[in-house]
Design a protein around this ligand. Sequence first.
Ligand SMILES: CC(C)(COP(=O)(O)OP(=O)(O)OC[C@H]1O[C@@H](n2cnc3c(N)ncnc32)[C@H](O)[C@@H]1OP(=O)(O)O)[C@@H](O)C(=O)NCCC(=O)NCCSC(=O)c1cc(O)c2ccccc2c1O
Length: 274
Amino acid sequence: MPEPISWTPIKEFKEILFTQHGGIAKISINRPQVHNAFTPLTVQEMIEAMNLCRDRTDIGVIILTGEGGRAFCSGGDQSVRGHGGYVGEDAVPRLNVLDLQRIIRTIPKPVIAMVAGWAIGGGHVLHVVCDLTIAADNARFGQTGPNVGSFDGGFGASYLARVVGQKKAREIWFLCDQYDAQEALDMGLVNKVVPLDKLEETTVAWCHKILQKSPLSLRMLKSSFNAELDGQAGIQELAGNATLLYYLSDEAKEGRNAYMEKRQPDFSKFPKFP
Ligand SMILES: CC(C)(COP(=O)(O)OP(=O)(O)OC[C@H]1O[C@@H](n2cnc3c(N)ncnc32)[C@H](O)[C@@H]1OP(=O)(O)O)[C@@H](O)C(=O)NCCC(=O)NCCSC(=O)c1cc(O)c2ccccc2c1O
């Protein structure tokens, strides 16, 4: 029997748990009483945790999950849905999960959805935008928008169609059926299905494999996968990484040094690669 994985708190939040195990961060929605439906505060906290993961050089991979074993996330909390969005304590209606989706997509570290139970509605979109999904055998996937008066026509439609194909994506949205873990695996919606009691162990094992890889290589690959689909924003992300790599070179440093030393730069010593 393997030892249970020990998670150390990184920061206290109200509606999520944010913990760490070595180079792995875990962001877990902690509202199991509503199948981990999110409020504007839940999303705000997840955004803050993601941004901390981005800044922390010791974090190499992020797990996104939900507490309780019965749900990953059931989407926006319908009890706080108001006129024009989901309403938090500041009384301002928001759709701030769209900001979170973009952060998951652009954070230069792999994000793995660890799904037990329901991944439904906006919760389904969250797992779709993660780089990888590992599902427990009790996982159930689906969209509910046309049932509850909502839709996500951004990544929730277009990226879903890239993942499972146009016909299947339209079926998922138009019928609002629910799919079990094996069906999700068969349509390429998840990477692996494991028994519920092996879910965390397997996810952490995948994280350890990823942590052994070159972080810059993973970063470039993630932005390369995005670039093909994300238009100018995707090119900006990939090009930003190219700039990062260039800044690490002696050639780029010569430009900066020359400027600071008030002299002409000497780029003649740098090779003109074929
Ligand atoms: C997920 C279910 C199919 C599970 O059914 P089950 O019968 O197993 O469980 P219960 O229905 O009894 O649920 C237990 C308990 O949890 C409450 N609950 C579950 N989901 C939510 C929710 N999303 N909001 C509020 N409360 C929820 C449920 O009421 C029960 O409470 P009790 O007090 O009665 O015990 C089923 O629960 C279900 O269908 N849930 C709703 C799923 C849903 O429609 N989600 C919202 C989709 S829309 C969305 O998420 C969304 C959010 C955004 O921010 C967007 C932004 C931009 C564009 C689009 C967006 C968007 O579409």
